[in-house]
Design a protein around this ligand. Sequence first.
Ligand code: DOR
Ligand code: ZN
Length: 355
Amino acid sequence: MSNQTTPRLTIARPDDWHVHLRDGDILRAVLPYTAKSFARAIVMPNLQSPVTTTEKAKSYRDEIIAATPAGIKFTPLMTVYLTDTTNSEDVIKGHARGVLTAAKLYPANATTNSIYGVTHIKAISQVLEAMQGAGMPLLVHGEVTDPDVDIFDREAVFIDKILRPMRKDFPELKIVFEHITTQEAVDYVREEGAKAPLAATITPHHLLINRNAMFQGGIRPHYYCLPVAKREKHREVLVKAATSGAGMFFLGTDTAPHTRTAKESACGCAGIFSAPNALALYAQVFDEAGCLPHLEAFASRNGPAFYDLPVNKELITLEKIDQPQGDIKPILTGNGQQIVEFAPPSPSTWRIATS
Ligand code: DOR
Ligand code: ZN
């Protein structure tokens, strides 16, 4: 923090440990925003035609690199989408060759483009065994899909029904419990993450909105994501966990662009597009919690430590703004589709400094 009028904070350049970049026109429209704030990003494999093999991950990586704006240093870290028929040899070889950083477990039908996901954990036992041996992280969308389980309980039930048994069977498997939303998840990760290779990512939107926000004055499709936002008491627990600086929690925006028409629809898609302002919003949350000194751990250090990667050498500076930001314009894709950026209920109070 420097001069008295404008609080500023300089930290090692962060990474985003959970992004959806899509492909084609949307990729080209959204990638510059992620690459501006983050040096590296774990790229989710749930394209319409999912990234299910090392070869597909390699060509997707090439497409991302080709879409990266000139002069910007950005490294996409690729993931493979697990299915009931994933070939463990391909996954392990892809990891050994440096193409795959991690594998993603989507329970079938849990979220966007997850129809080819895993229908039962036994189907991927061999893959998990091999990943455990190779030290390759498993990234988990932690929600059960049983329609009898209430949507607000799906994460908590996943911990008991899937995660605990999985961790018993594969105690050394590195696991990231992605985009956690509940007190149950925070408690579980705190307890287990202290003694085992288990960590969690936390999104800016789950730190800033609770489930009421989705229905404030009417239905708010741009606040709809999966896992869905929970009660205020869960949001408060998430803020405490993220801002604590504890090594098992790190930044993963889960920025998930969909076109405005796909969001504002009778059956709107799940996903919040936060890439342009995510880092500033995290700074705001840490500032409001009185924990700015822990932002660097959460954003720039805990993730690399978990993934055994170096902390980025470059720096980035954030600053507090006096005037709240005005209305944010949607971004446009090359074919004229709009993508609406996440606007928290109260305006942002931080931004990335330009000099
Ligand atoms: O809200 C979400 N959107 N949650 C997910 O798990 C997937 C993501 C997407 O791909 O749109
Ligand atoms: Zn996601």
